[in-house]
Write a protein that binds this ligand. Structure first.
Ligand SMILES: [Zn+2]
Ligand SMILES: [Zn+2]
Length: 253
C-alpha cells in the first residue's frame, strides 16, 4: 500500500493512503492542496486532526471529495467548514462501508472527546489507524488482527513522562502530562497492541509521537531490552521479527 504521512503529532495530523484517501485533516492547506484526494476520513474535533480552515478550503476547491465521519463531527463539518450535507456520510462504528476506492470501518477510541479509529481495505491490503486514545484494551474487532499496516500512536515512554511529571510537580508547575497519560497511548501500550494483533510481516508505523517543547525531540526508538516481555519480538521500527509466531496467550491472562 502506498502511503504518505503529511503530518503527525500535536502540530498536525494527516495520512494520505493509496487511491486518494486522506485520514485526518489537521495540517495547513498548502501541505495537501496538490494531492489527489477522493475521500476524507476524520476522527475527532481536536484541531491537530480537524483543522477547520483546511477542511473548508479543501471542500470548496474540490467539490467531488466525500467526507466519511462519525455522527458527532457532522455538525462541525456543515456549520464550521461549510460542507454540503450531501457530501457527508455518517459512519456507524463496527460497520463496513464499501466506497470502491476502499472498504472502511470505524471503532471507538478513549480520548477526552469522542474519537474513532479507522480500518481500511484498499486493493486487497488492510491498514489500521489508531491515535489519541488512552487505551486499546477495549477493542475486540477481528479486522484489527494481522493487518498489513498499522499506523499507531506511540505518544510517550512511561519512564520519561513520569520523570517530567515529577520534575514539574517538584517545581510547583502544572504537569499537563498527567492528562496525556489518560488520553494518549504510550510506546509500551502500542508495542503490546502490536504484539497481540500484528502478523510477522505487518508493517508498523509509529505516529503522534510526543515532542517536548523544550527538548524538541521525538521519543527515541525502543532499545532492545525494552522489547522483552512481548509475545512476538519486534525490531527497532516496531516490525514483528520473523520467527516470533508464538501462540497468543489468552488476553485475560
Ligand atoms: Zn492529536
Ligand atoms: Zn486529540
Amino acid at each position: 500500500m502506498i502511503y504518505k504521512i503529511i503530518g503527525s503529532g500535536s502540530s498536525g495530523n494527516a495520512l494520505l493512503l493509496e487511491n486518494g484517501i486522506l485520514v485526518d485533516c489537521g495540517v495547513p492547506y498548502k501541505d495537501i492542496k496538490d494531492e489527489v484526494i477522493g475521500l476524507v476520513l476524520l476522527t475527532h474535533r481536536h484541531s491537530d486532526h480537524f483543522r477547520v480552515a483546511t477542511i473548508k478550503k479543501l471542500a470548496k476547491d474540490h467539490p467531488m471529495i466525500r467526507f466519511a465521519v462519525p455522527e458527532y463531527l457532522a455538525q462541525d463539518l456543515v456549520e464550521k467548514c461549510l460542507v454540503d450535507t450531501r457530501r457527508i456520510d455518517i459512519i456507524q462504528r463496527g460497520e463496513h462501508y464499501d466506497y470502491g476506492l476502499a472498504t472502511i470501518m470505524s471503532y471507538p477510541l478513549v480520548h477526552d472527546v469522542d474519537n474513532v479509529g479507522w480500518w481500511l481495505e484498499i486493493n486487497g491490503q488492510t491498514a489500521v489507524y489508531i491515535t489519541d486514545t488512552g487505551t486499546v484494551d477495549h477493542l475486540s474487532y477481528k479486522e484489527l488482527e494481522q493487518a498489513d499496516y498499522y499506523f499507531l500512536e506511540a505518544n510517550y515512554e512511561d519512564d520519561e513522562i513520569n520523570q517530567r511529571i515529577e520534575k514539574k510537580l517538584q517545581a510547583g508547575d502544572f504537569a499537563y502530562e498527567a492528562r496525556v497519560k489518560e488520553t494518549h497511548l504510550s510506546l509500551k501500550q502500542a508495542q503490546d497492541f502490536i504484539a497481540w494483533y500484528a502478523a510477522p510481516d505487518s508493517k508498523v508505523i509509529w505516529i503522534h509521537q510526543h515532542k517536548d517543547k523544550e527538548e524538541k525531540k521525538k521519543i527515541k526508538e525502543p532499545p532492545e531490552a525494552k522489547l522483552k516481555g512481548l509475545l512476538k519480538p519486534v525490531d527497532v521500527n516496531g516490525n514483528v521479527v520473523a520467527g516470533g509466531e508464538n501462540e497468543r496467550m489468552d488476553k485475560t491472562t
